[in-house]
Structures are given as C-alpha cells and as structure tokens.
Design a protein around this ligand. Structure first.
Ligand code: ATP
Length: 252
C-alpha cells in the first residue's frame, strides 16, 4: 500500500482548473519530486494534502485512511508535516521555541489541556529534549536561544525543517526548500534531506524549481503542467521526456 495515494484530484477556483484529475502515489520511504512551471498546481496540491483546500472532486488517502475526512488540525497527528515556501515561523520566538511548536502540533494532548497549560513536567522535558536533539541534528544548537527574527534565511529554512520533524511525521512536504539559498547551501540541503529520509524513516514530497536538486534527490518525479500530470517516473526518464521539455521551454 502506498503511503500517499492521490486519485483523480480536481481543484477548481471559479473558472481556473488548478488541478485536473491528478493521480499519483508516494511509496513508503520514497523521495518524490513534484515539478512544473509556475502556476502548474503544485502549491494547490500541497494545500489539499495539508487540508487547507478541499478538492472539487477526487480522493486522497494517507496510510490507508481517507485524508479528506481529516480536518486541517488533524494532519500533523496523522503523520504529515509541511514547510512553507515563504517560511511560517514565529519571528519573536526563539529557534528552540519554534521547534517545540512543531512537537506540540502532533501532541496527543487535547487542545484544551494544552491551552490551559495542564501538562506534566515530564512531557515538557521530553519535548525540550526532542527539540534539542533536532537542533543538534540540523546544526542549529548555537542559535537555539536566539529569536528567529534577524537570523539568516538559510538558517531559518533549517529551523522550518526542524520544526516539521518535531511532529514526528511519516510524510514530509517540502515547499521549495532551496529557494533563496546559495549554491553551497543547496548542496548541503540536498544532503540533509537524504539523511533525514534515512535517519527518520520517512517519505518526502518535494516541490522545487531547482532542477538539479530534484533530479539528484528524487526516486520518482511527477511533472504538472496547467494542473495536469504530464510525466511520472524516474528522474532520468522524466528529464528526457519530450512533453516535459516542451512544457518548460513553452513556459520560458
Ligand atoms: P508556483 O510554482 O508559481 O508556486 P504552483 O505550481 O504552485 O506555482 P499554484 O499556486 O498551485 O501553482 O496555482 C495553480 C493555479 O491555481 C494558478 O492559476 C493560480 O493562479 C490558481 N490559484 C491557486 N490558488 C488560488 C486561489 N486561492 N484562488 C484562485 N486561484 C488560485
């Protein structure tokens, strides 16, 4: 059984067909690249998987469960975590606090007890220890007690990944993680994503415009153009696919 199974998903925004009967799967342990020219529907798909948008039609299952029956706040607990193209961190909170927010999102406590801060000291300590381990893993420990505001963009991208990992996901959705990074940072990021897949035993769905990174990192690449899937396969096959070349040349 595939970890993520997207079947015939269509999303309409008025007259715009953002996704047009899209189907593909992400297998357990796979890094799946999702590429396509601007406006192809990549972010719309992420928003469906993280339950921000409800598809017009189609189905999405995650680990055998109907994902479309789960509210947005339930996806982290189910095992899905996401990073954002434009970062979604709390600037005034420290790096460690932002990472702990991620752990909290998948916590089994209910929201009322959390809001009332009825937590045991042991739970707090466990979350802090886990956050600290992630900060060390991502080489962020020297920034742990600094507010996110003012830290370099490349560092903040790593904080976002740490925050997503704090939720112990089975599927990590990465939305353009390489955007705004320097050439050497992109290389380091690719190594980090590869290591995370192995060390945390998870699958990755990667939206990215940096072709070299996607092709070097992905087991499978899905290509969208105007909301439709035009290719789905190994990076080497997708790279040489005439429909893919045409879509990218046409978009330039
Ligand atoms: P990019 O690479 O530029 O981020 P994308 O592949 O992520 O593009 P989407 O952002 O998913 O593409 O957009 C797909 C289409 O749906 C575009 O035509 C976009 O204008 C439209 N769209 C996306 N979200 C909305 C919305 N909330 N309301 C109306 N149209 C939308």
């Amino acid at each position: 059984m595939a970890l993520l199974d997207v079947a015939d998903v269509t999303v309409r925004f008025g007259g715009i067909l953002a996704l047009n009967e899209l189907s593909f799967v992400v297998e357990q342990g796979q890094i799946c690249g999702l590429i396509g020219p601007n406006g192809a529907g990549k972010t719309t798909l992420f928003n469906c998987i993280s339950r921000v948008y409800q598809p017009t039609s189609g189905s999405i299952s995650f680990a055998g469960s109907d994902l479309l029956a789960v509210p947005a706040w339930g996806t982290a607990r189910l095992g899905i975590a996401r990073t954002f193209q434009n970062l979604a961190l709390f600037p005034s909170l420290t790096v460690a606090e932002n990472v702990m927010v991620g752990a909290h999102s998948s916590s089994r406590q209910n929201w009322l007890t959390s809001a009332l801060r009825i937590r045991t000291r042991r739970e707090d300590e466990e979350q802090l220890a886990r956050a600290w381990g992630l900060l060390q893993y991502l080489g962020l420990e020297q920034h742990a007690f600094r507010p996110c505001a003012g830290l370099p963009f490349g560092t903040l991208k790593r904080v976002e990944i740490a925050r997503a990992l704090a939720a112990s996901p089975r599927l990590l959705l990465l939305d353009e993680p390489a955007s705004g990074l320097t050439h050497s940072e992109v290389g380091e990021l690719a190594d980090t994503i590869r290591a995370i897949r192995a060390d945390f035993d998870l699958s990755v769905l990667l939206v990215e415009h940096h072709m070299q990174m996607v092709m070097g990192l992905s087991d499978n690449v899905v290509v969208l153009d105007f909301g439709r899937k035009i290719a789905d396969g190994a990076p080497s096959a997708v790279r040489d696919d005439p429909a893919v070349i045409e879509a990218y040349l046409g978009s330039g």
